[in-house]
Design a protein around this ligand. Sequence first.
Ligand code: KIV
Length: 272
Amino acid sequence: MSGYLIEDTRKVTTHRLVEMKRQGKKIAMLTAYDYTMAQIVDQAGMDVILVGDSASNVMAGNFTTLPISVDQMIYHAKSVVRGTKRSLVVCDMPFGSYQVGRAEGVANAIRIMKESHADALKLEGGVEFIDTIRAILDAGIPVMGHLGLMPQSINKFGTYAVRAKEEAEAEKLLSDAHALEDAGCFALVLEKIPADLCQRVCKELTIPVIGIGAGPADGQVLVIHDMLGMNKEFSPKFLRRYADLFSVMTTAIGQYICDVKSMDFPGENECY
Ligand code: KIV
């Protein structure tokens, strides 16, 4: 296998992630939404696989993450869990599954865990949802927080621009981050905020902070379709493309079309 050498082949746990931060080891996290992609990501040595509600965008073609349902998240998470041996699998709670109230949030969290076999859940928001987050944690479910740009609130924000540039929003983010740690979250995603604010949160919290568009942190996360260059439309400043799979795949598919039409495929060796 080329690339990263996996030193520790044991299943990654939430406790190990906290330990990694304590030891100064960085955490790698990527999204996956299906069995085959999960096998590839897991076998490459990923620490955490996020079954993100970004499935709504990259798998279903929706403009926002809002339309994806609990049933659809369970379907994606179940497929990912089947393809994963080592990585910790975290599943997003979709929009509407925890915002209504504590009882409904806990019921949905339990259902996602029971049916998907994911290892943990992630949900967006700070003190507004702290009672629900505590209740989910009390039910024995590990929770990853998510602050900064919260795509489920895009209609409130009105823009995907960088968050918490102003002092008041930065202070609110800091106190939310502490509230999530105090409640018992095992990690926190910070999306699209100034790098110095992210650094401050990393220093003040003992739980790992995973950044996306937030500069250096205890770990990083990207959407797999974006970092593999499978789509052409999305190219924010923070995105590093590690491949151009759009071109690789359209070239291969184009070649297949030519081979079928010219009757080059199937050849003699490909017949019974
Ligand atoms: O849904 C998702 O993919 C996410 C990441 C962008 C953190 O929440």
